[in-house]
Ligand binder design. Structure first.
Ligand SMILES: [Zn+2]
Length: 248
């Protein structure tokens, strides 16, 4: 199996849907390939975040289970004996549910503007990064370590700077996904607060915009052909200080 094969099978593997032989071979590859291992790790975090996010995961009620069994041509009386035969059906439903959740994440709900969608995703990305302890793929305060780490992982080179002298030390970076594209997430700290700075290329100017969503401050700004989206539980004024440093 090469890396492309691995990437194709990774989702099924993380969801426990891959057969044993392929799983073994895939695990063997992950031990020797750091890039695929990183990909697997971030998929697992994503999957865990979906499972733990309130309101996204719920057990099917007994009535639905019974209805499914009836659809499968099974009377209630023999359900106990034939229960294991239905495992494929539950798997089908599990796959369907995962696909549905992913679709709702990818497709914008009706009535939500592109801007609101991006703000929601930015806050979700920030919360997820803290919740699943996947704040950083590369943990370093050295911009000369963090910047090259992104080489080959993104189709642009993010501007990575340490602002420790201004009270915003760089603590690391990771890959994330925002607005339908892979972005760089630079992680800064200010006192005890973590700040995610999402960076991606964008031509055209935009006026800096400060928003508050679900208790998080968000600042969108652009400079030097790059778009910056800063998210933190920090107050808007202090977050603005960091935005100013990014724009320099
Ligand atoms: Zn690989």
């Amino acid at each position: 199996m090469n890396c492309a094969d691995i990437r194709r099978l990774l989702h099924a593997h993380v969801d426990g849907e891959l057969d044993a032989a392929n799983s073994l071979e895939l695990e063997r590859h992950l031990k020797t390939c750091a890039e695929c291992a990183t990909e697997a790790k971030s998929l697992r975090s994503f999957s865990a975040a979906l499972r733990e996010a309130p309101g996204l995961y719920s057990r099917a009620p007994a009535s639905l289970r019974n209805h499914v069994r009836e659809l499968a041509g099974e009377s209630k009386g023999e359900s106990r004996a034939r229960g294991t035969d239905l495992s494929w059906l539950w798997k089908f439903f599990a796959v369907g549910a995962t696909a549905f959740v992913l679709l709702t994440l990818v497709l914008r709900p009706a009535g939500m503007s592109e801007r609101d969608q991006l703000l929601n995703e930015a806050v979700a990305g920030h919360v997820r990064s803290l919740m699943v302890e996947h704040l950083m793929d590369v943990a370093s305060s050295d911009q000369h370590t963090v910047k090259p780490w992104f080489d080959g992982k993104l189709d642009f080179a993010p501007d990575v700077k340490d602002f420790a002298a201004d009270g915003f030390p760089l603590v690391g970076g990771r890959l994330d996904y925002l607005g339908g594209r892979a972005v760089a997430a630079l992680v800064y700290k200010h006192n005890k607060h973590f700040i995610n700075v999402f960076v991606w290329p964008e031509t055209g100017d935009m006026k800096p915009e400060t928003t508050n969503l679900r208790g998080y401050s968000i600042i969108n700004t652009a400079a030097h052909g790059l778009r910056y989206c800063l998210v933190s539980d920090l107050n808007a004024k202090e977050l603005g200080d960091l935005a100013g440093l990014c724009e320099k």
